[in-house]
Design a protein around this ligand. Sequence first.
Ligand code: ADP
Length: 462
Amino acid sequence: MKMADNSLRVSLLVRFGLGVAALLVLDALACYYTALYFTNLVYDRWLIDSTRSLTTAIRPQDGRVAVALRPDALDVFRFDEIDKTYFKIASKNRGYIVGDKELTDLIAIPNGEPRLAYSKISGRQAREVTIQIRYQDIDDVVTVSVAETLFKRAKLTQEILLAMAAPQVGLLIAAVILSWLSIARGLKPLTDLAAELEARDHDNLSPVPLTDLPHEARVLVLRMNDLLKRISSALQAQKRFITDAAHQLRTPLAVILLHAERAERATDATAEKKALAELHVSVRRAARLSQQLLTLARSEPNAIAMEAFSSVNLTAVARQIGEEWVSIALERQIDFGLSVPDQLAIVRGNEQLLGELLSNLIDNALQYVPANGSVTVRVELRDGVVLSVEDNGPGIPEAERARIFERFYRVPGTAPEGCGLGLSIVKEIADAHDIEIMASSGHDGKGITFSVRFPNVAKGRI
Ligand code: ADP
């Protein structure tokens, strides 16, 4: 796998490594203080013993304190390769008796117990022990101090620390290697998934198999498959639309071209006028077809899902669309009626598409009803809201009603105007609103009534 800057593997490892390193620092500190504690314990004992051995050289003699130090006893103090050792014996009555004058006594405990503390001798850090001995009979108090510099202790602490740290560094390295391998193992389903997606053809939108995927990746892949499914059906719808549109536009455009050529070639004014009138009709047809194709593209369930639904007042929609068709109905001498309640008829939907649905139904009715016929647009509040367009035209045979909603289907024998898209647009819009479109014969068995019923309704006066 290519190691990207924001690689999950690296970031997991860095986080884990930092956590382990922080723990190791804490552990090293703990080790250091433990080492220091035991080093001090051992050397302090030795220092106290040395101080005690010095006190054995002191005894009262002839009414005063006398110190009899054997040279080999002193060698014990002096002989040290690493540290410098100091000692001093002084008494209340005699003052300084023997030893290193620069050694300042600690404030001792007057009961013969050793007093331990850090001190400074000739500018160097040292550990010092002071013991005080009281001689009642000669009324004197002797103070014995021994001190040594700290190099031995520091050296031993360092050695202990090193001995402890070396395996821990090894442990850290082993932990990093192990976690690198485990992270790689844990991320394998994802890298496999990436490899599989990379190896796919660009037009392969089939779902990714869910086998052997851990829960977290499974959720991701499920969402991805969801998305792939939606993209795939949107693509299919788009492909279908482009094929249909290209196919359907070819004929009217060829007809327009034909009429335009005829108009150009016309030798007299009458022939030219006729050709221009035909051209006008074919241009109108092509315009209607383009409008219908665009509506169809917009009313695809996939496209419509993206558009927001809101509360729509169907009474207002019926009034507005009805008004748009009044003049055409008049021109065709059709009795065009609008019957709406004086109440709000609220449904959930897309106002523009519902307008298109109604427009297509009215368009058909006005087209197929002969002059002097009638077309009525109704909005009724019964069991929800029912929107219908009723006409008393030729109607549609029962046997044909199952197919009229298919794209480009026209009842055989229907006049040439139209391309069979109007009702499929109506159906797409109805489907997108999850409602059913019904076709039934008119009141007296004549004509046809198309209706849709919306379930949810909120009533109120306009
Ligand atoms: P178009 O009207 O462009 O042919 P449609 O999809 O709108 O396409 O209609 C499909 C067919 O249904 C039409 O060809 C026509 O035969 C029939 N049809 C639709 N509406 C009516 C109607 N109001 N009266 C009679 N026939 C109709």
